[in-house]
Every structure is written in C-alpha cells, then in structure tokens.
Design a protein around this ligand. Structure first.
Ligand SMILES: [Zn+2]
Length: 385
C-alpha cells in the first residue's frame, strides 16, 4: 500500500537524486546514473532497491551498450502506471483537469465551464471534476494520492493558500485545505505559470537545464524561473513577475498599482485598449483588432509592435539577470505571435547583455490541457522532498 500521503516517497539524498533523474531522463543504466549523480554504483543500486521493490522502478531487459563492450547492463526505468496524479487548472471561466502518470504523460482530460467563481462553488465543481477523472479508468482511484491545483496570481505553495488571484477574484483562500477535505487527496496549490515551468523543466524543453525560463504571453504576462536546477519561488513567493517589470516610466498605469509594466502594455486587454483609444472604434473586440493589424491598419500594427517591444525588453531583462540556457515562450498570445515576433526578437537582441543574447527563444504552443498537466506535475514533485 501507499506510504503515508503526507510524507515524500523518498527522503535520502541518493534516492532522491536517482528517482529525479529517472523521472525526467530514464531509462538509464546504473553506470550512467552513477556518472550523472556522482554516486558510486553501489550507492545507486542501494538507492534504487526500495523503489524497485515498491514497484516505482523496474529493470529493462539486458542490453549491450556497444558491440564487444563488457557484460550487458539492465537499464532502470520508471513504471509509469505505478501512481497517477490529478492536475486541475483554474482559469477565468473553465476548470481544466487531467490525469497524468508518473512520467507526466496525460492519460485523461476533462473540462467544466465555471459559473460562480466563489471559492466554495469552484471547490465543489473541482471535486466533481476530480471524481469524474478518477472514474475514467479503474486503475486510477486506488493509485492516486496527489492533486495539484494551478491558479494565476500570488500563491503561497507551502501554506496551500491563494493569497491573491485576479481571474477568479480571490483573496486569501485556503484552497489546499478546502480541496483536500472534499477530495480526500493530498493537495498542492501552485501559481499556474510556475506549475507549467516545473512541467517543462522536468518533462519538456527544459530537461537537464540548470538555468531555464518560461514566459507566458496573453491575458497576463508571466514567467517561471529555474536557477541551479530549482524553480525559484523567491522569499515572498512572487519571483519571476515578468509582467510587472516596469519598462516605460511614462507608460500606462497597471492594475498592480505601478506604471509602464510589461503587462500594462502587452496583455491582450492592454493591446485592445491601445487600439480602441487610437482608433475611432471604441467597441472593437480583440479579434477585430488582430484582423485590423493583419490587414495593415497602422494604428493596430503600432499597438502590437509596442507590445512586442515591451515583451522583448522584459525577456531581455530576465535573461540578463539569470542567464538561462533556453527560454520557452508560450501562452494564448502565441496565436497572434506573427504580429509581435519581429518586435520581440529585435528588442530582445538589442537589450540583452553580452553572451546572454545567445539564449534562444523557443516558441511552444501549449493547449490548456498542458496547464492541467503542469498542475499534475506539482503533484509528482511532491514524491520528492
Ligand atoms: Zn504591474
């Protein structure tokens, strides 16, 4: 049976290192695990033993690493079906849910439109969604302990509280406690961009990187940062607020209270507002603004260009600060990336300091289900201390 859900699956540093490496990059031979972790082969074998016995790891059939190379090795691999994880992303109008296996492969997805956005109503709907997800396959329920919930805004992961979230309009909601009581699962709550960054770092474009960043553009502008292989939360839980870097002291006022923030210039609403103010069409919607820009309307093109430059300066600031190996750019704003692209890249290249500019920007369209997967990955990470 499962160990106590409040305790991680592994605690010793050697076990943690072996499991983390196999989750992200397995299968690997014990020799390769020893080389990568700096442990001795004996220590790797000792660390893997309880995880093999508990069904989390298994040995693949023997394979020779090269013709004539010594005795064959049995690579170790993670058993993906040993445990499942539920992830739910709370967006402004929808709950997106996913069941993922131990390797973060999405196995089942479901979504529910959100009506009442109050914490109790959202929690009730979330509980129904989780139940339906777990009923989708008889294997899920007995092997699921963890639920990860991703929500925008200021989230205190350690306390499981949403301190402030604009989209559902919450202040100081003890979400982990509410959801744990109603679902019976161990619940982790994380900022949605940080959850997505964790998923990309462990299981996507960021695998194996020590310095990595993910930037989201769209209704909000955000980023998640990985430094020394660790997702950075910051002393106050709000590190990586790319959207609230002020790039224009004379720019528009931001909802955060500051002025000239990247988000105040480049969010979907900000771009739309700029097009409306500069045109004679105050009732224009975002799709019409995009259409106008694509058909060459100079006012609309200017608004997107300004947004692109603000995003480029923001990313350059981030890259100059932490020097990531890669930056993934994602979010629903990618749908209109053709209107930003040149402006983002030009201002990024112009503002990056020295060799930091070698860091590539990788565009990665991620559908909403991937955000639910990010939430599930926060659950997977709870297996490790
Ligand atoms: Zn701001």
């Amino acid at each position: 049976m499962f160990p106590n859900p409040s305790r991680p699956l592994v605690s010793a540093p050697a076990e943690t290192a072996v499991l983390a490496l196999l989750l992200a990059e397995g299968p690997l031979s014990r020799v390769e695990l020893a080389r990568r972790t700096g442990l001795s082969s004996t220590a790797v074998t000792k660390a893997a033993k309880p995880l093999v016995e508990d069904g989390y790891l298994y040995e693949l059939p023997p394979e020779r690493t090269a013709p004539g190379a010594g005795r064959p090795v049995n690579p170790l691999a993670v058993s993906p079906d040993r445990e499942f994880f539920v992830g739910v992303k709370i967006s402004a109008d929808t709950l997106y849910g996913a069941v993922c296996d131990l390797r973060a492969q999405v196995r089942t997805t479901l979504s529910r439109p959100l009506g009442d956005r109050g914490p109790e109503a959202v929690c009730a709907l979330l509980t129904d969604l989780v139940a339906e997800l777990l009923d989708a396959d008889p294997a899920y329920r007995p092997r699921t302990r963890h639920l990860g919930i991703a929500v925008s805004g200021d989230v205190d992961r350690a306390a499981g509280r949403v301190r402030y979230s604009v989209l559902p309009g919450w202040r100081d909601v003890p979400l982990a406690e509410l959801a744990a009581a109603s679902t019976g699962l161990t619940v982790m709550v994380e900022n949605d961009v940080k959850a997505l960054t964790a998923a990309e770092h462990w299981f996507g474009e960021g695998i194996g990187t020590e310095y990595f960043a993910l930037v989201t553009i769209g209704a909000g502008i955000g980023s998640g940062l990985v430094v020394n292989g660790q997702l950075i939360a910051g002393a106050h839980g709000v590190a990586g607020e790319l959207g609230h870097i002020s790039v224009d002291p004379n720019g528009p006022r931001c909802h955060c209270g500051s002025v000239g923030c990247v988000e105040a210039i480049a969010s979907t609403d900000a771009v739309l507002g700029a097009v409306r103010r500069a045109s004679t069409r105050p009732d224009l919607d975002f799709d019409a603004a995009v259409e106008a820009a694509r058909t060459g309307d100079p006012v609309a093109r200017d608004a997107f260009a300004r947004a692109g430059r603000a995003i480029g300066v923001g990313i350059a600031t981030l890259v100059s600060l932490i020097g990531p190996e890669r930056v993934v750019v994602t979010g629903e704003g990618l749908d209109t990336y053709d209107l930003f692209d040149t402006h983002i890249r030009d201002s990024y290249a112009a503002r990056c300091f020295g060799a930091a500019a070698q860091c590539p920007l990788i565009l990665r369209p991620l559908p909403w289900e991937e955000w639910a997967r990010g939430a599930a990955v926060v659950g997977i990470q709870a297996l490790l201390p």
